[in-house]
Design a protein around this ligand. Structure first.
Ligand SMILES: Nc1ncnc2c1ncn2[C@@H]1O[C@H](COP(=O)(O)OP(=O)(O)OP(=O)(O)O)[C@@H](O)[C@H]1O
Ligand SMILES: [Mg+2]
Length: 214
């Protein structure tokens, strides 16, 4: 499938929970805005009224959710945020910064839940109207570091975060292998200092922006 071209730049930050995605999105948004770049941020699942309601469902610890239902809910949320926010922003030449996108679905549903690629890939492509990110950063941390951060922050795990450590090892492995296989994916050691990571990410994004404007 040919990549759809837009004047804007689509950047995604990926990684397991507590890998530092929100921290990096915040820093990158601030850095771009300081340079006068119009940046729109979205989080997945979420980013629109409908998608935030779906997020709520997906995180609810009281609910039993079938794997197929979970996949379709994530994709339903993605379709809405893609149509309502991402495509219009990219058409308008803006930079879109997404906290998770399709690679999360691959890592969690294919890697974690062991759903078949030949089901997940086309369904995901349908949900995102064939839009593809220009640049994806994967923040890689070991499961023990993720647990340590959650404990330090005093957070309690949501429905998905309650999965066992072999689940998260599979998710992590998927992320790491995906990053090796694609050239628009950048694997970063999420244990590095947050400010230092922000510099690496910012430079890559500014480079990509420069290339776009030529
Ligand atoms: N590079 C880093 N080194 C050490 N700690 C970090 C780093 N980046 C973020 N943290 C800390 O780890 C915790 C999780 O960070 P953050 O909320 O950015 O992660 P996240 O990937 O967005 O998590 P979630 O998936 O749960 O939203 C926070 O307490 C944050 O301060
Ligand atoms: Mg976050």
């Amino acid at each position: 499938m040919k990549k759809r071209k837009f004047p804007g730049l689509f950047v995604v930050i990926e990684g397991v929970d507590n890998s530092g995605k929100s921290t990096q999105i915040r820093r990158l948004t601030a850095a771009l805005r300081r340079r006068g770049v119009d940046a729109v941020t979205v989080r997945e699942p979420g980013g629109t009224a409908v998608s935030e309601k779906i997020r709520h469902l997906l995180k609810d610890r009281k609910l039993q959710v079938e794997n197929r239902t979970e996949l379709l809910l994530f994709l339903a949320a993605r379709a809405q945020v893609t149509a309502e926010v991402i495509i219009p922003a990219l058409r308008a030449g803006k930079v879109v910064l997404a906290d998770r996108y399709s690679l999360s679905t691959y890592a969690y549903q294919i890697g974690g839940r062991k759903m078949p690629e030949d089901v997940v890939f086309p369904a995901d492509e349908f949900s995102r109207f064939s839009v593809e990110p220009d640049l994806v950063f994967v923040l890689d941390i070991p499961p023990a570091e993720a647990r340590r951060r959650m404990a330090t922050a005093g957070l309690s795990p949501d429905r998905i975060e309650r999965e066992n450590s072999t689940f998260f090892s599979r998710v992590r492995r998927y992320y790491r292998q995906a990053a090796k296989a694609a050239d628009n994916l950048v694997l970063l050691d999420g244990r590095r200092d947050a400010a230092d990571l922000a510099v690496t990410i910012r430079l890559r994004v500014l480079q990509a922006l420069n290339r776009k404007s030529k």
